[in-house]
Design a protein around this ligand. Structure first.
Ligand SMILES: [Zn+2]
Length: 199
């Protein structure tokens, strides 16, 4: 007999770190598109898709919702205070070689009990964005970025480079609203796959 103790799983907390902002525009694209704007558009779209397609399945927070600069330490302080299940920092890539293109994920370079999770999360996001969006897969790499270093003892964290705005094709890709929406969906689907909730 059921003892009347239905347990509802806690909603997973996703923190999206909206890179750069304010006086820090990040990289500037060949088409003058600013990295800070690309990442904010995609982060806001992730919030929208969580409401519409995912019916608010996740509890999602952004490190910034407007064009303002947040310190790197405040970004991870927020994620720790929210007890984040995952932390995804969004960026656009830039290279002197204008033919460099594709998406890549960085994970922390120190090991912790969350390192394997970070790699799995990174692979899940890469799979969605390369298979579904047709972008080149540059793989999972390790780096000593502050937001990853400060996260690694607390939750799986990745820094996602969503394409090169120094490449004409990829810079123009981000000019289109439907591309931002597709990228946002790929990030949310990949994260959902990692968190194992399915759609
Ligand atoms: Zn950046």
């Amino acid at each position: 007999m059921l003892q009347g103790c239905l347990v509802f799983a806690k909603q997973k907390v996703i923190v999206i770190d909206t890179g750069h902002g304010g006086k820090d525009s990040g990289a500037i694209g060949v088409n003058y598109l600013q990295e800070k704007k690309v990442v904010l558009d995609i982060a806001m779209e992730i919030l929208t898709l969580n409401k519409t397609i995912f019916e608010n399945r996740f509890d999602i927070y952004l490190t910034r919702y407007t064009d303002t600069l947040i310190s790197l330490s405040d970004r991870t302080k927020l994620a720790k205070a929210l007890n984040a299940d995952v932390f995804i920092s969004l960026h656009c890539n830039h290279a002197n070689n204008s033919s460099a293109k594709g998406v890549e994920v960085y994970v922390p370079n120190s090991s912790s009990r969350f390192t394997d999770g970070a790699i799995e999360l990174g692979l899940a996001v890469l799979n969605e964005s390369t298979i579904n969006l047709g972008l080149k897969n540059r793989g999972v790499k390790i780096a000593n970025f502050q937001v990853l270093r400060d996260s690694n003892l607390h939750y799986p964290s990745v820094l996602f480079e969503m394409g090169f705005i120094s490449n004409t094709d990829e810079a123009n890709y981000f000019l289109k609203f439907k591309s931002s929406k597709a990228m946002a969906l790929a990030i949310l689907m990949g994260t959902s796959n990692y968190l194992n909730t399915g759609l």
